[in-house]
Write a protein that binds this ligand. Structure first.
Ligand code: PMP
Length: 396
């Protein structure tokens, strides 16, 4: 009797070293990582319950409270599953903003709730879609792409619709619009709604003060954060139905991150290296200062606007006050193929992106996040953009 063992050769590709070309990432994210963060990320692993790691988690919580401007003790990072790194505004990074988004929504919404979505682009649509999947009634209040929704209209919608939760994306990366947030928190408090803000593409690049804005819950994808002010934990504790997700249960996560002062329970195994990297990123911001970081992004946005103008290019968001300083959308000139131009830039080692959702074909998106918010780098990117447009044009 012969026993035939099927042997399969290992994939040839895996016998070669991986090739990662150098790249300047000026798209909507990820953006380039500072060397100090990359080095910290590759330090040796610790166990996730070792005292030194618990201390690192504590440092991360302090850093998050600092950048979100909140005293709230329920401030922690949500581990996203997925294994890509990103770093955007203020050199922070994490894994998957969707984890922050879903975590917030599964904790804050219950069957029977009413959800008001302020839609200035794709991210409002995504929030509405998630709520739809949860069987929640959704009302959208939208602005034409490139514009924000007037806060008076939002206040009116809150008063009339009386939602349980209001979603606003502070900086929509599909349009480059920064939605003003002032007074929305007051209207929410007055009418018993919770106020949820997506700061994935805006935190550190434009001012944000969670406590002053009366935000109940805010997340920022780059560092996968969920944060909620005092009182909200109580609300979640008093839900009629248990949170449908164990992984994203904010009270479980809060305990794991040491927010509730109780004995720490095992919830999941934190991505150790990611947490190291998050601490390094927060440390970089602490050293620069959060307000200084915001100012640098604003100043360098002016550099970008001036460079665009010099090369005859126009921002998509006409009202300068509504432009997201760390992500600028640029009109694609007539008869120019945006993809051809972006492809030419990529060959030269520089990434910029096309539109997203409804803005595909109409715009390019140039992210100037974290260490990429730098005058010389920005001027070089616009120079290359202009050269690539001219090359495309010469073929017409
Ligand atoms: N919200 C906004 C405003 C975003 O820009 C993004 C990603 N570009 C997300 C949420 C989702 O983040 P992620 O791709 O990390 O899941």
């Amino acid at each position: 009797i012969t026993c035939s063992m099927s042997s399969r050769a290992p994939p040839k590709a895996l016998l070669q070293d991986m090739v990662v070309p150098p790249r300047q990432l000026f798209g909507p994210g990820p953006s380039n990582m500072a060397d100090s963060i990359a080095e910290t990320q590759s330090k040796n692993l610790l166990g996730h319950l070792h005292p030194e790691f618990v201390q690192i988690m504590g440092d991360v919580r302090l850093g998050l409270q600092y950048i979100f401007k909140t005293e709230n003790k329920y401030t922690f990072a949500v581990s996203g599953t997925g294994n890509y790194w990103r770093k955007k505004v203020i050199s922070l990074f994490g894994v998957s903003g969707h984890s922050g988004m879903e975590c917030a929504m599964v904790n804050l919404l219950e069957p029977g709730d009413k959800f008001l979505v302020v839609e200035i682009g794709l991210w409002g649509q995504r929030a509405a879609d998630l709520a739809n999947r949860m069987g929640i009634e959704v009302k959208k209040i939208s602005a034409p792409h490139g514009k924000a929704v007037p806060v008076e209209d939002i206040q009116k919608a809150i008063a009339e619709y009386k939602p349980n939760l209001v979603f606003v994306c502070q900086g929509d990366s599909s349009t480059g619009v920064a939605q003003p947030l002032e007074t929305i928190g007051d209207a929410c408090r007055e009418h018993g709604a919770l106020f949820l803000v997506d700061t994935v593409a805006s935190l550190g690049g434009t001012p944000f003060d969670a406590d002053a804005l009366k935000v109940d819950c805010v997340y920022s994808a780059t560092q996968k954060v969920l944060n909620a002010p005092p009182g909200l934990a109580e609300k979640i504790r008093n839900r009629k139905q248990r949170v449908a997700s164990f992984y994203f249960d904010a009270l479980e996560l809060g305990n794991y991150w040491g927010c509730d002062g109780e004995l720490k329970r095992y919830h999941h195994t934190a991505p150790i290296s990611t947490v190291y990297a998050l601490r390094a990123a927060l440390s970089a911001i602490a050293k620069e200062g959060i307000d200084e970081s915001v100012q640098r992004h604003k100043d360098n946005a002016q550099v970008l606007y001036a460079a665009l103008k010099n090369h005859g290019l126009e921002p998509f968001v006409e009202d300068e006050k509504l432009r997201l300083p760390c992500l600028t959308t640029v009109k694609v000139p007539e008869r120019i193929d945006w993809k051809d131009v972006a492809g030419k830039m990529l060959i030269n080692g520089v990434e910029i992106a096309g539109g997203l959702g409804a803005t595909v074909g109409k715009i390019w998106r140039i992210g100037t996040f974290g260490i990429n918010s730098n005058k010389t780098k920005i001027e070089n990117v616009v120079e290359l953009l202009s050269k690539s447009i001219n090359e495309t044009r010469s073929k017409l």
